[in-house]
Design a protein around this ligand. Structure first.
Ligand SMILES: Nc1ncnc2c1ncn2[C@@H]1O[C@H](COP(=O)(O)OP(=O)(O)O)[C@@H](O)[C@H]1O
Ligand SMILES: [Mg+2]
Length: 311
């Protein structure tokens, strides 16, 4: 019997608000994360990453769908989260307690207090020398590292990290990456982390899912995605009908008055042509081109965010 995936989303959706102010933050995401890897959840700001992570950790309820950890539904049984540790965005600590005291409080609350383990974790995240200082005086990077220690308190098999390198300086980023790899490579854990930076995912992750406007637009091994990316530009009439026909199956990355562009590989072309012809759409031109994962990511997500201009 094969074991269930470490993490699985089934039709996971979250809609915020009501009436005219509905915000679809996450839309029917299906995903499987196999144990023993660093899995990247990549998307620009507002893509739905933190919302997804909150649903994994049962901090908010999905509107539809479910999260499974090792085959058990997080929404149906809290026991599913026993082997999970998480660090959410802007994790807050008691500012007037020390880093160590904060971890102690959390560990006691979760009923897994172990002084030696806390000591060990503080050393691992390089906070040993500042462990007894008040969190109030910690830098963003130190709080981020304390958050990581907090996520590891119960020695979880699955570690969920929301933008773990946010707020860290370049040396801190490097250190965090190395530490996360160690969790998987020498401690046998599975890490699921979010990021808005492609370069980061490239350097740290084995597999990646790209999320944009709440939808999964691409999933695969980082190495494979880096080598094959293709998109198809189609000039057709009427274009509105072509869009309607193709949208349910393909990810349309761009459209203008004459053409639309979608993600596809060469082997998809015949099926796309058949689909258009069957719907009585005239095709004037089809062009297939390859692009790097970087330009793909920028295109899909719109290269307007300042964080994407890296030095
Ligand atoms: N509590 C909330 N109420 C209403 N809208 C929300 C709430 N939380 C997040 N959103 C919206 O959901 C979308 C996804 O947000 P988020 O999951 O934080 O994205 P990311 O973490 O990828 O930057 C955004 O449009 C955001 O404004
Ligand atoms: Mg976020």
């Amino acid at each position: 019997m094969t074991s269930p995936p470490a993490l699985r989303f089934e039709n996971l959706s979250k809609i915020f608000g009501r009436g005219k102010k509905l915000v679809t933050a996450v839309q029917r995401v299906n995903l499987e994360v196999t144990a023993g890897q660093v899995y990247g959840f990549l998307g620009p700001n507002g893509a739905g990453k933190s919302t997804t992570i909150r649903m994994i950790l049962d901090l908010i309820r999905p509107t539809h769908g479910e999260v499974f950890v090792n085959g058990r539904s997080v929404q149906q049984t809290h026991a599913a989260l026993q082997q999970v540790g998480g660090m959410v965005e802007n994790a807050t600590f008691y500012p007037f307690l020390s880093g160590r005291k904060n971890l102690e409080v959390l560990a006691r609350t979760g009923n897994y207090y172990d002084a030696a383990r806390i000591d060990n974790l503080l050393t691992q995240v390089r906070l040993a020398d500042r462990a007894d200082h008040l969190v109030k005086g910690y830098s963003t990077g130190m709080k981020q590292r304390l958050g990581l220690a907090a996520a590891l308190l119960n020695d979880p098999a699955l570690v969920i990290l929301d933008e773990p390198t946010n707020g860290l300086d370049p040396a801190g980023i490097q250190e965090m990456r190395t530490f996360i790899r160690t969790l998987v490579e020498t401690q046998g854990k599975t890490v699921f982390l979010s990021s808005h930076l492609l370069s980061e995912v490239e350097q740290m992750c084995d597999r990646v899912a790209i999320i944009h406007q709440g939808q999964l637009v691409r999933e695969g091994a980082v190495r494979e995605l880096l080598s094959e990316q293709a998109y198809l530009q189609i000039e057709a009439e009427p274009l509105a009908r072509a869009t309607a026909v193709l949208q349910p199956t393909w990810t349309i990355t761009e459209s203008n008055a004459h053409s639309l562009t979608l993600l596809a590989s060469r082997s998809d072309v015949p099926a796309i042509v058949r689909q258009l012809v069957a719907n009585d759409i005239a095709i004037y031109q089809i062009r297939l081109s390859h692009q790097s994962l970087e330009s793909f990511f920028l295109e899909v997500t719109g290269n307007h965010s300042e964080e994407q201009h890296h030095a």
